[in-house]
Design a binder for this molecule. Structure first.
Ligand SMILES: Cc1cc2nc3c(=O)[nH]c(=O)nc-3n(C[C@H](O)[C@H](O)[C@H](O)COP(=O)(O)O)c2cc1C
Length: 190
């Protein structure tokens, strides 16, 4: 697949089958995450893939509960988000795999490096036919006793912070069409 085709066509998916992705798919997607560029080549991102459904649901409920209702109305008609449909119980939409991306400290690159990993992961997922979405509010989801205990259990260093989630699974239903881009957002200066 041409790279630009994946970039154009990939969509955030919020309706998942319960079937788990294969270990081969998971390993390639995690590898894409750790091959992301990082500031200074520091390679500080750590990624935990959660395939324990009860745990993913518990974290997903916390993730939904910490969301402040924004003033933006509509996110997606085909793939409604928790903003579009407040009855959705988990911020992870019951995706069978939930990856948590952690990064060191609070410096300016802690967040940017993490989202470089997230982007690599969703593009690799798309190439493999695995549906995905980046999910936010990772800091708030882990900023509690339960989150800190999980980090200990997963041997994530204490000076690390949860920065992003990437949810993965197989789409339930039709893949949504390419999303048109807003115009007038590019300049070429020669
Ligand atoms: C930094 C970031 C945070 C996001 N957080 C969420 C989220 O918490 N919940 C969600 O359903 N989608 C989330 N998304 C997915 C966006 O809603 C989605 O990418 C956007 O609506 C555009 O749709 P598309 O990815 O299908 O083009 C996030 C995306 C980014 C880049």
């Amino acid at each position: 697949m041409a790279m630009i085709e994946a970039i154009r066509n990939r969509r955030a998916i919020r309706k998942y089958k319960s079937e788990q992705i294969t270990d081969e798919e998971l390993n390639l997607i995690l590898e894409a995450g750790i091959y992301a560029p990082s500031a200074g080549g520091a390679q500080r991102a750590m990624i935990v893939a959660v395939q324990d459904r009860d745990l993913a649901l518990k974290l997903g409920r916390i993730n939904a509960s910490v969301m402040k209702r924004p003033n933006v109305g509509h996110v997606s008609a085909e793939q409604p988000s928790i903003i579009d449909d407040p009855t959705i119980r988990s911020g992870f939409y019951d995706a069978p795999t939930v990856c948590v991306i952690f990064n060191k400290g609070t410096g300016q690159y802690s967040i940017s490096d993490s989202f470089c990993s997230a982007e690599n992961m969703i593009l690799e997922a798309y190439d493999l036919g695995v549906a995905s979405a980046i999910i936010g509010r990772a800091e708030m989801t882990f900023d509690n006793e339960f989150g800190r205990e999980l980090m200990k259990e997963w041997e994530i260093p204490e000076d690390y912070t949860a920065r992003a989630f990437v949810i993965l699974g197989y789409i339930d239903g039709e893949y949504p069409p390419l999303k048109p881009r807003k115009e007038n957002r590019i300049r070429i200066v020669r």
